[in-house]
Design a protein. Structure first.
Length: 389
């Protein structure tokens, strides 16, 4: 698989550099040309497909970061009849890549670059200024009643070849491992849900300009690939609320505070890394399709506290059709689409009980200001839900 090849090649190269120092002979990284790494350690193809707008409908592992009030489910009647162990993913595996990564992988494999550093450098230089992004995530989450336990391991990498016969890769690599824990409570009529999700994690951050000719040589790797790196440990807290009104179409309001009070990670030397709080609000309508299923129409706004974020980048729109008698993330089949300022998105899901698949194609605006720099990505999740065994 091309994405697996990309992850394998680069993680193999960079995994041993985690605690090294920056190589003095290599110029500093050009951060402006790098892709964007997702701050949420649990990816969601459902959210990706719906433009990120799932704050009032998230009821799976994605509820942890998109609205913990959805932990354990949102359909009061259906969830009351559900088994104690609602979900037990062992495992759920997600991979993602942008549009450039498969082409780079193909060219590297076709040229035999893994055994010839000079050839690999030529291939890397031929992809100058092309941003590459890849991600691999493994989670083993359990939803027990309205409580969740969520161990996870997340690896993301963004690289951009510098070109001009330099063989330099500007790189941002993150490996994050931790455990999440959360719960929600719901009013007797199912109208109001409140939730909390917290996580403790260790994250390894590596940023630097790396020489391909050195990283491909195992005998030189530890000494030559000395990307600037730091290891942090810390915690984050998310809180959310959902109000589902008892009217036709189930109008629903949601509020989610992601990384409430800022998530703080500290290194042994005292250096701190802070992930800013993100306040999100959402509204949805969910007309019933009778015995066929339900439709969800969701509008969401994020970054509400940040005045520096242009209004056009704050809103998200999503729509999905869920088919099957079981609600939400239990539905047998789902078709999804969404829109943000970065562009349209789409996806589908197939849940067969014990196993399931979720895929999406979406756009990300990787610019840090009011400009618009769009990157297209694809994500896919495969899971085994032991609770359905």
């Amino acid at each position: 698989m091309r994405l697996a090849g990309f992850i394998g090649l680069f993680v193999l190269c960079y995994g041993e550099t985690a605690m090294a120092d920056a190589a003095a002979a290599v110029p500093p990284p050009n951060k402006k040309v790098l892709s964007v790494i997702d701050e949420d350690p649990i990816p969601s193809p459902r959210a990706n497909a719906m433009g990120g707008a799932i704050g009032t409908v998230a009821d799976d592992l994605d509820a942890a970061f998109h609205n913990p009030a959805g932990i354990g489910g949102l359909n009061q009647k259906a969830e009351a009849q559900a088994p104690l162990i609602r979900k037990f993913y062992f495992p759920a595996v997600t991979v993602e890549a942008n549009q450039n990564a498969p082409t780079l992988i193909h060219d590297l494999k076709k040229s035999g670059a893994s055994s010839d550093g000079a050839v690999g450098q030529t291939v890397i230089d031929s992809h100058a200024d092309q941003r590459n992004y890849a991600r691999a995530n493994v989670a083993t989450g359990m939803v027990l009643g309205r409580a969740m336990v969520l161990p996870f391991s997340d690896t993301q990498m963004a690289t951009t070849p510098r070109g001009e016969n330099s063989g330099i890769l500007d790189t941002h690599y993150r490996n994050m491992n931790g455990v999440g824990y959360g719960l929600s409570v719901q009013s007797p009529d199912g109208g109001i849900s409140l939730g909390y999700f917290g996580y403790a994690a260790t994250r390894q951050e590596t940023e630097g300009a790396l020489m391909y000719a050195d990283i491909i040589d195992a005998s030189k790797r530890k000494d030559a690939l000395k990307a600037a790196s730091q290891t942090y440990s810390g915690t984050g807290n998310n809180v959310g609320a959902i109000w589902r009104m008892n009217y036709r179409g189930s109008p629903t309001l949601g509020l989610n505070v992601k990384n409430a009070g800022d998530a703080t990670f500290k290194a042994k030397g005292g250096e701190q890394l802070r992930v800013k709080q993100d306040v999100q609000s959402s509204f949805s309508l969910s007309p019933n399709l009778g015995r066929f299923g339900v439709m969800n129409f969701v509008a969401e706004a994020g970054d509400l506290e940040r005045k520096s974020t242009p209004f056009s980048k704050k809103y998200h729109l999503g729509m999905e059709m869920l088919l099957g008698k079981r609600p939400g993330s239990y539905s047998v089949f789902a078709l999804r689409t969404g829109y943000t300022a970065a562009g349209p998105s789409a996806g589908l899901a197939l849940h067969l009980g014990l196993v399931g698949f979720d895929v999406s194609a979406y756009c990300v605006d990787i610019s840090a200001d009011s400009s618009r720099v769009v990157e297209r990505r694809a994500s896919a999740t495969a899971f085994v839900n032991v609770a359905e065994f």
